[in-house]
Design a protein around this ligand. Sequence first.
Ligand code: 5RP
Length: 225
Amino acid sequence: MKRISAEKAVDLIEDNMIVGLGTGSTVKYALKKIGTRISEGLQIKGIPTSNETKKLALKYNIPLTNLAEHPEIDLTIDGADEINSDLNLIKGGGGALTREKIIAFHSKKLVIVADDSKVVKSLGIDFALPVEVVKFGWETTKKTLETFECICTLRKIFEDPFITDNGNYIIDCEFDRITNPEDLEQKLNMIPGVVENGLFIGLAHKAIVGGSQGIMTLEKEQLAT
Ligand code: 5RP
């Protein structure tokens, strides 16, 4: 399901596009397919959202660039941990949320690829919201996050804290449900020490969702009507 949605999204890529390359196990299929299209003559440049994606892009011979050279991205393909009916998202399961949000913000189109387990009625039901925080004072930042009525856990890999590509920590915040994601996104980012949170509000244009019945496409325009 991940593969069919990712490969479908790659069909949207056209010659000479600047393409944002998301992070995660679904996007991996897209990167492989982009590599195949490049070997067949497609000419694009990609901007990776993580070191992991950069490595894979190099493996698949995807030419890379950066935001300094290309501040406007034509199309970004990225995964998500949760997608609601407004096409708002929780992202950051792979810890790449800050770079992913920067790339999404500067993209003319953000296409989300996912399997149907990611589609939810309310954000926060199944997945803890990742928040990237600077190391300095993280314990106090965590206490402030807990005032939002969530259970907060420092993300670890075995015994050690997980470190993002930006050299920061991730605190995963478990809510019963997130009733007002727009408001929460802004309030969390007001806390000193918070770098970014995994709520992606109003950024996605389309979600290509793979399920046992095939592919379902959610479009922003459809949602607005
Ligand atoms: C990484 C992300 C991923 O896109 C998200 O976690 C989905 O990953 P996967 O495709 O492996 O389920 O936000 O920070």
